[in-house]
Every structure is written in structure tokens, then in C-alpha cells.
Design a protein around this ligand. Structure first.
Ligand code: PMP
Length: 426
């Protein structure tokens, strides 16, 4: 028995399913999850000592590579000065100013500890600001695990085939409308009927929780127009795409200024840090200035802020995003060509430092397209690659992540490994 198997068995005796977040359990691909002992740069090592080229990147945060020496040094220094104070610090102002400088729509922001908190708080704020109850989300989009958002969410929920979660009273989701992603006509019909009662629309401006699905330009423009016309708050959930699809997030690519933005993952550089921010007028409805309550013992944690701030400095260096995009292009083109040579139906797409791999003839445009892709083929590919020392996310419904520590040579090795896997799949 491998050490990974031993640990998985032991974990299951004390942690439900052996994991602290469902997708880690390999439920949709089968097999034994790799227990990670350490990581550096583009690699992770498991408890059996096997090294993997990592395209998970902790599901997004590891954009500068794992255990980047400058980030680790910043964390060491901050930790030595105390782990948490429950009082304001100068570093919180510095990171808030830095985020506001990078993300166009952010006039005020507040730090929290997870993406779930950020989206949950942004929605409460939108409801408090507008005095309306209804919210809109889209099929296949995931915004964390707060009650009112667990309706046709992506990520682990999609992976496990439960469109909603047990334990959520129907009353709690009664105000949540779920519309198809990228369907402009459905959006128009919804707003014509219910626009006046709608507090907000929350969306993934480039979906990454049903694999990577990009919105059409028409859909983006219609969403901004309709929310503005009806006085609904437009929330860009950039927990995944922020500082990832581009430095300024998907909103900078769309040329859109949302009313609120939620952020996470990259801004903590691997530590628990997230944020929500946007228009001053809306943000000032929050306690202690306004009546919308929101708080956190560890919010703005000094160690997390230090990791985040250093990460934000590194990603602003010359050529950072050009390099990530070049690496993604090299990988997606290499894989597409290798699959075509083997006759395996496959395509791939990317934006900035995130990419999607699809066992389908065409790049999916919606949740329905995505769920029609060949998940059995993904499973075979996933395990074939893992056996060759390459780790993709253990689900066909997850986007993948590049880091600045990856190199063209590593990408070529990944493509070479994929060639042998595709050849066996054909
Ligand atoms: N929003 C989006 C778009 C996400 O991708 C995620 C996590 N994958 C979340 C919210 C929730 O973030 P967290 O897991 O930090 O709670």
C-alpha cells in the first residue's frame, strides 16, 4: 500500500471523506488523492516522494509559483511580529490601496478570509443598498458555499451531480433566480419581468467552475446595460479571474466597471485572504458606517496580508502576464495538436494564466455544452497524466492554472507525456 493510500484511509477515519474540501477526494475521477508533502515553483511532491508538474496551483492562488522565496520571506517577517491582533494595521491600508490601484471599479474595499465570505457579504450589501430581495446567478457558476448561492452551482457540486445542496431551506433560495450562462435572450426576458425587484446579478465574468467558459461580448454588454437600467447591482465575482485572467481581472478585459467586485485566491498568495469592494456609495452601507453587518476575527490577518502584498508586487513586474499567456498558448496548442494527431476529440482554450481542456469537438459556450463533454475521456487522460508526473485538477469541470514558475521546457515535457496518453486513448 502506498503512503498516499495509507493516509487516505487514516484521514477517512476522522475527516468526512478524508478531505476538507470535496473535489480533493478524487470522487469524480476515482483513485487515491495525492497527499502533498511540499511544493516549490511549478512542482508539488506527494507523501510517496513523487514529483508532479502542477497545473492546479492550489486552485488559483499559486500564480508566482509555490513557495516563492520573496513571499515566504514576507510571511516569515510578518509572522515574527505576531499572527493576529484584531485591530487595524498599516499593512491593510497598503494592500487595499494597491488593489484599488489595480482593479478599476474599486473605490472602497474590505478584506475577508475566503471567497465565500466575499460573495456572501457582497450580496448582503447589494440587498441592503437596494432594499430588494431577488438575486440572479447563472448555471454552472460557483460563488462559494453560502446558502442562497447553492443553486445549480459549478465546482464540486457540478462534479458530484447535485445541482443544489441538502441542508438549505427552500425559503433561502426562493429569491435566487438561475439563468443560463451566455444566453442574452433569457437575461432580457428575466429583466423585463423582474428587473425592478432585483438587488443584484452575481456572475463569473469568465466562468472557471464549469471548466473555462468565456462569455460573448454581446452577453457582457447586455448584462451591464440591463443591471444599470433596472438599478440592480452588478457583481463581478473575480475570486478566480482577478489578477489571473489579466492583472486588472476580467473586468479590465471586458472594459466594464462593475458596481461591486469580489476577489480571493491570488490576492492572498496562498494564505486565507479575500476581499470585496466597489462603488463608494454602496460600500459605505456597510457597518460601522451603514446598517449592513459584516465582520471577521481574522479579517485582514497580518500574515495573509503580507503574503498577498508581496504577490501583488511580483505580478506587476514587466512582462508577467505576457509570459503566463505565452505558456498557456504553448500548452493548449501543443495538447490540441497532440490530440488531433492521435484522433482524440479534444480542444482547449485559455485567458491570461488560466486554461481549459475539453474532451469535446468544440469549445463549450454554456453549462449545457460543458456537461455534454466526455468525462470518461477526461478521467483516462487525468490518470494517464498523473502516472506521468503531471497534475491537473481532478475533475472535468475545473479550469487549470499556469504559474510564472512554469517554463517552456516543462510545457514541452507535459505535451510529450500527453502524446503517449492520447495515443493509448485513441
Ligand atoms: N467565487 C469563485 C468564482 C470561486 O472560484 C470560488 C472558489 N473556487 C469562490 C467564489 C469561493 O471561494 P473560497 O473557496 O475561497 O470560499
Amino acid at each position: 500500500m502506498t503512503r498516499n493510500q495509507q493516509l487516505f484511509d487514516r484521514a477517512k477515519q476522522i475527516i468526512p471523506g478524508g478531505v476538507n474540501s470535496p473535489v480533493r477526494a478524487f470522487g469524480s475521477v476515482g483513485g487515491t488523492p495525492r497527499f502533498i508533502r511540499r511544493a516549490a515553483g511549478a512542482f508539488v511532491w506527494d507523501e510517496d516522494g513523487t514529483r508532479y508538474t502542477d497545473y492546479v496551483g492550489s486552485w488559483g492562488p499559486a500564480i508566482v509559483g509555490h513557495a516563492h522565496p520573496e513571499v515566504i520571506e514576507a510571511v516569515r517577517e510578518a509572522a515574527a511580529g505576531g499572527l493576529s491582533f484584531g485591530a487595524p494595521t498599516e499593512a491593510e491600508i497598503v494592500i487595499a490601496e494597491e488593489i484599488a490601484k489595480i482593479v478599476p471599479g474599486v473605490e472602497r474595499l474590505r478584506l475577508v478570509s475566503s471567497g465565500t465570505e466575499a460573495t456572501m457579504s457582497a450580496i448582503r450589501l447589494a440587498r441592503g443598498y437596494t432594499g430588494r430581495d431577488k438575486i440572479v446567478k447563472f448555471e454552472g457558476c460557483y460563488h462559494g458555499h453560502s446558502d442562497s448561492l447553492l443553486v445549480k452551482a459549478g465546482s464540486g457540486l457540478l462534479t458530484f451531480g447535485h445541482p443544489s445542496s441538502a441542508g438549505v431551506p427552500a425559503d433561502f433560495t426562493a429569491h435566487t433566480a438561475v439563468l443560463p450562462y451566455n444566453d442574452t435572450a433569457a437575461l432580457e426576458a428575466y429583466f423585463a419581468a423582474q428587473g425592478a425587484q432585483t438587488a443584484c446579478v452575481i456572475w463569473e465574468p469568465i466562468a472557471g467552475n464549469m471548466n473555462l467558459v468565456k462569455p460573448s461580448a454581446e452577453f457582457v454588454q447586455t448584462l451591464r446595460r440591463l443591471t444599470a437600467e433596472h438599478g440592480a447591482v452588478l457583481i463581478y465575482d473575480e475570486v478566480m479571474t482577478g489578477f489571473r485572467a489579466a492583472l486588472g481581472g476580467a473586468q479590465s478585459l471586458h472594459g466594464i466597471t462593475p458596481d461591486l467586485t469580489t476577489m480571493g485566491k491570488v490576492i492572498g498568495g496562498g494564505m486565507p485572504l479575500a476581499a470585496f469592494g466597489g462603488k463608494r456609495e454602496i460600500m459605505e452601507c456597510i457597518s460601522p458606517l451603514g446598517g449592513v453587518y459584516q465582520a471577521g476575527t481574522l479579517s485582514g490577518n497580518p500574515v495573509a496580508v503580507a503574503a498577498g502584498l508581496k504577490t501583488l508586487q511580483i505580478i506587476q513586474r514587466e512582462g508577467f502576464y505576457e509570459n503566463l499567456a505565452d505558456l498557456c498558448a504553448r500548452l493548449t496548442q501543443g495538447l490540441t495538436q497532440a490530440a488531433a494527431e492521435a484522433g482524440v476529440p479534444f480542444c482547449a482554450d485559455f485567458v491570461g494564466g488560466m486554461f481549459g481542456l475539453y474532451f469535446a469537438e468544440q469549445i463549450p459556450q454554456s453549462y449545457a455544452d460543458m456537461t455534454a463533454s466526455n468525462t470518461d475521456a477526461f478521467k483516462t487522460f487525468f490518470h494517464g497524466m498523473l502516472a506521468r508526473g503531471v497534475a491537473f485538477g481532478p475533475s472535468a469541470y475545473e479550469a487549470c492554472f499556469m504559474s510564472a514558475a512554469h517554463t517552456p521546457e516543462l510545457i514541452d515535457d507535459t505535451v510529450a507525456a500527453a502524446k503517449s496518453v492520447f495515443a493509448r486513448m485513441a
